[in-house]
Design a protein around this ligand. Structure first.
Ligand SMILES: *[C@@H]1O[C@H](CO)[C@@H](O)[C@H](O)[C@H]1NC(C)=O
Ligand SMILES: *[C@@H]1O[C@H](CO)[C@@H](O)[C@H](O)[C@H]1NC(C)=O
Ligand SMILES: *[C@@H]1O[C@H](CO)[C@@H](O)[C@H](O)[C@H]1NC(C)=O
Ligand SMILES: *[C@@H]1O[C@H](CO)[C@@H](O)[C@H](O)[C@H]1NC(C)=O
Ligand SMILES: *[C@@H]1O[C@H](CO)[C@@H](O)[C@H](O)[C@H]1NC(C)=O
Ligand SMILES: *[C@@H]1O[C@H](CO)[C@@H](O)[C@H](O)[C@H]1NC(C)=O
Ligand SMILES: *[C@@H]1O[C@H](CO)[C@@H](O)[C@H](O)[C@H]1NC(C)=O
Length: 363
């Protein structure tokens, strides 16, 4: 009897400790195990079950009542991280893109693989992504301030905005919130869902239309290539063997192609990276479109934009930063609404313990 009480006291303590962690990378089975355990101990709700309200879709200030500090907390932590290392801005924006294009903006990208499931994170286009630790740090802080309230999916959307906005010292677009987190994350869905850097215009547009986005969104969201770097492996074919005859892609500016060859010599070193927007890869600006119009972008999917007259015309207009920003505000929020799990659509506020702790205890 005494032992049994000791055991329950221990488990109760464990639930409380686990409940105080906020981590976006564990869900599904682990969450179920913890919830069942804690439900048995009578602390239902601690881990984020129930407590849903019934708003229909995304809206501004969704957390106005439930967690008014959310935007301040996300911004403070994100800004301090980006201030320390400006390469993070591109990484945090990319997490938002890669999350939304696969199963919608439901933070499924953040889930870790489990014994019977290989998660999105492990698919090839996602293996180079980093910056997840910023999201987890914010999640932990928010779980302390407003437990069970803010979804990982909303954090991802807010962090992307704040990471990009740091250089302006003000938020440069508004983010409607109210997303819930998904429970399913399948590596096999990633390649078919993400737009490919090797795709031609019709394929890109089809991919965007599959996500309820159009030509304007395609051209505008491509502007995110103003930030960040990529690997030589993704452009090797364009530089050295475009049609299989040892040739260079003629749609690439020939001087620029020579420069790229010096950065990415044969044999290609998979570790070598290069700026997507030459000379300006840490700055969110419209320089990408200037490079694009000079045939100086890296991916086939960039050059492809110039092969469609409507897209090419917009790519000219967006060389103006104010125009780019106006378009970006609209398109990033259309992207941020892809497949969202709002109330009543089967999502949850993910909130569970760190995988490794549970592994050592129960698995
Ligand atoms: C964010 O940081 C500012 C300046 O350091 C501080 O005044 C403010 O209270 C912080 N906000 C939150 C919500 O932590
Ligand atoms: C700042 O960045 C460096 C290197 O990227 C990292 O080692 C360090 O932990 C970061 N500091 C903070 C406070 O995040
Ligand atoms: C920023 O972080 C990246 C990796 O996340 C690292 O390669 C780079 O050296 C860091 N920059 C600085 C200035 O610490
Ligand atoms: C993994 O196994 C658990 C239980 O063992 C099951 O509930 C879950 O559906 C399985 N997941 C997949 C993706 O098969
Ligand atoms: C668009 O969706 C259809 C139907 O799901 C799919 O077969 C097709 O491969 C998708 N196309 C692209 C380019 O993603
Ligand atoms: C160039 O492409 C052709 C056809 O795909 C292939 O046979 C050849 O091995 C490639 N050359 C190099 C150097 O990769
Ligand atoms: C870009 O390439 C196209 C052909 O692919 C060419 O018509 C155009 O003149 C080039 N633009 C510049 C600025 O070199």
């Amino acid at each position: 009897m005494e032992n049994k009480m000791k055991a329950s006291a221990f488990l109760l303590l464990l639930c409380v400790i686990l409940g105080s962690f906020g981590i976006c990378k564990a869900g599904g089975q682990i969450k179920e195990v913890v919830e069942k355990l804690c439900q048995n101990l009578g602390i239902v709700g601690k881990l984020g079950i129930g407590n849903e309200d019934h708003a229909k879709g995304l809206k501004m200030d969704y957390y106005e009542e439930s967690c008014p500090q959310v935007e301040g907390i996300v911004r403070n932590i994100t800004w301090s991280k980006v201030a320390n290392n400006s390469t993070l801005a591109a990484k945090l924006l990319r997490i938002h893109y890669h999350d939304c294009f696969v199963r919608g903006c439901d933070a499924s990208l953040l889930l870790d693989s489990t014994s019977n499931n290989t998660a999105e994170k492990e698919a090839s286009p996602n293996r180079a992504l980093t910056g997840y630790e910023v999201i987890d740090e914010i999640k932990s802080k928010l779980e302390k301030e407003c437990p069970n309230t803010v979804s990982c999916a909303d954090i991802v959307a807010l962090v992307a905005r704040d990471a990009v906005s740091y250089q302006f010292q003000r938020p440069i677009w508004k983010v409607p919130t109210g997303r819930k987190d998904g429970r399913v994350s399948l590596a096999s869905e990633v390649l078919p869902s993400l737009p490919s850097p090797f795709a031609d215009f019709p394929t890109l547009l089809q991919n965007f239309e599959n996500h309820s986005l159009g030509i304007n969104d395609l051209v505008t969201l491509s502007g995110a290539h103003t930030l960040g770097r990529t690997h030589c492996t993704l452009i090797a074919k364009r530089l050295y063997n475009f049609t299989g005859k040892g040739d260079t892609d003629p749609s690439l500016d020939s001087d620029y192609a020579e420069t790229l060859k010096t950065i990415c010599p044969v044999p290609i070193n998979p570790a070598t990276t290069l700026e997507m927007d030459p000379g300006s890869s840490l700055s969110f600006d419209s320089h990408y479109y200037m490079a694009l119009n000079q045939n100086k972008t890296l991916f086939l999917s960039d050059s492809a934009l110039l092969t469609n007259p409507q897209a090419a015309a917009l790519a000219k207009d967006l060389q103006n930063f104010d125009d780019f920003l106006e378009h970006f505000k609209v398109s990033i929020n259309k992207m941020g609404a892809i497949g969202v799990l709002t109330d009543g659509k089967g999502g949850e506020i993910r909130r569970t313990a760190e995988l490794s702790i549970l592994k050592s205890s129960w698995f």
